[in-house]
Write a protein that binds this ligand. Structure first.
Ligand code: ARG
Length: 231
């Protein structure tokens, strides 16, 4: 935000990995970032009296950027977990998610996570999918930069499955009109998304939690939810 003489809008610097529709993505020819997270953080910023500025940062660079104080918060479909809590603090959960997998439509061998043994699986680098798939044992894990890269690898037969967040897999399959691949129902994990902020910045944390609570009470959260996930 440029501040003219004296006027100084408070700016909330937000980092997000803009590769995760319907949470954060950019449509061709549009310069505004879109998605559930983008609408939510703009509404939270407004509630807090802050102007929101979003920087596109690769998912595995988000926590380092927060620690370097280049950004104030992360909203990026980021799962709250203990490992991350050693380095950052989180808001209250704002979305319930979990991991599912996508395979080619004609896949016969892989019907459940147990079938992944001996197969190659693509996951986005730095995400909860990496550890979850490694834990299965006997799976060759390919860590790629974005979910789009993972789906491309699947279609090109470089891997036999993609493990990624359920709402993103579902959106990819329904919205992209993609026919060569399908998402399986089985869930590998249940995960909650939170907004990350500098460890122990309890002041910012409570401001964000208050704003989130307000948006849940006044119906704004439900509106944003319905816009991206249906009523
Ligand atoms: N929920 C997963 C995690 O926290 C994946 C998040 C990926 N987000 C993104 N914008 N690419 O690790």
């Amino acid at each position: 935000a440029s501040s003219g003489s004296g006027s100084s809008a408070k700016v909330l610097k937000v980092g997000s990995s803009i590769d995760f529709a319907p949470f954060e993505f950019q449509d061709e020819g549009q310069k505004e970032y879109q998605g559930f997270d983008m609408d939510l953080i703009r509404a939270i910023g407004k509630e807090m009296g802050y102007e929101v500025e979003v920087q596109n940062i690769g998912f595995d660079g988000l926590i380092p950027a927060l620690q370097a104080k280049n950004i104030d918060v992360i909203i990026s479909g980021m799962t709250i977990n203990d490992e991350r809590k050693q380095n950052v603090s989180f808001s209250d959960p704002y979305y319930q998610s979990g991991l599912t997998m996508v395979v080619r439509s004609d896949e016969q061998a892989i019907k459940s996570f147990q079938d992944l043994k001996g197969h190659k699986v693509a996951v986005q680098i730095g995400t909860t999918s990496v550890e979850a798939v490694k834990k299965l044992g006997g799976v060759e894990v390919k860590e790629l930069n974005t979910p789009a890269d993972c789906f491309m690898e699947l279609k090109g037969h470089g891997v036999d499955a993609v493990v990624n967040d359920r709402p993103v897999n579902d959106y990819y399959i329904t919205k992209s009109g993609e026919t060569g691949v399908k998402a399986l129902e089985e869930k590998l994990t249940a995960e909650d998304y939170g907004i990350a902020l500098a460890k122990d910045n309890t002041e910012l944390q409570s401001k964000i939690n208050e704003a989130l609570k307000k948006l849940k009470e006044n119906g704004e959260y439900d509106k944003i939810y319905a816009k991206w996930f249906g009523g």
